[in-house]
Design a protein around this ligand. Sequence first.
Ligand SMILES: CC(C)(COP(=O)(O)OP(=O)(O)OC[C@H]1O[C@@H](n2cnc3c(N)ncnc32)[C@H](O)[C@@H]1OP(=O)(O)O)[C@@H](O)C(=O)NCCC(=O)NCCS
Length: 160
Amino acid sequence: MSSTPVFASPVPGAELRQAGEQDCAALAALSRSAQSHPWTEGQYLDSVRAGHSCWLLSAADGTAIACCVLMPLPDAVEVLDVVVSPKWRRRGIARTLLSALCRQLPEHVESVLLEVRAGNTAARALYRGLGFREDGVRRSYYPADDGAREDAVLMSLPLH
Ligand SMILES: CC(C)(COP(=O)(O)OP(=O)(O)OC[C@H]1O[C@@H](n2cnc3c(N)ncnc32)[C@H](O)[C@@H]1OP(=O)(O)O)[C@@H](O)C(=O)NCCC(=O)NCCS
């Protein structure tokens, strides 16, 4: 998954590349700006060091637009993180990025897996639109606000 996929960026001049350790502070800042339970710099560093594919889409001026972290498994790939900066949303960036990354997976990869918060209607619609099916629910899997818990929905996209 290391070669850069063919990616028709919806943002002219944007660059897609693999993030390295030097990018993890910017990734964490993007995540903080974009979601209620953001990844920390340490989590991105752990992913880079573990050999996950951390893709970073940057604007021509270098600011982070989006990222996507993929973890390889023996016969599947798990999407660990997808984030688009709030000011760049609803332009097809997440859909185009995920499609491109899924298209360039090696032949032995049979499916793409992920978990999503049950209340994340935007992400669930994004994944359904890409062909993911909902396989089940993990009750009270995620920490939520005020000590509450939120279900995880397990989704998968068969590739063959
Ligand atoms: C979910 C997220 C990645 C979508 O990014 P995006 O670039 O705005 O998504 P796209 O423009 O590619 O949208 C593709 C489709 O997803 C769905 N979608 C995206 N945002 C939506 C929203 N706010 N409400 C409903 N559906 C939405 C729509 O079906 C959309 O297609 P359409 O615009 O033709 O209707 C973005 O909202 C985000 O970063 N959220 C915070 C982080 C997050 O929740 N990540 C997922 C963790 S599992």
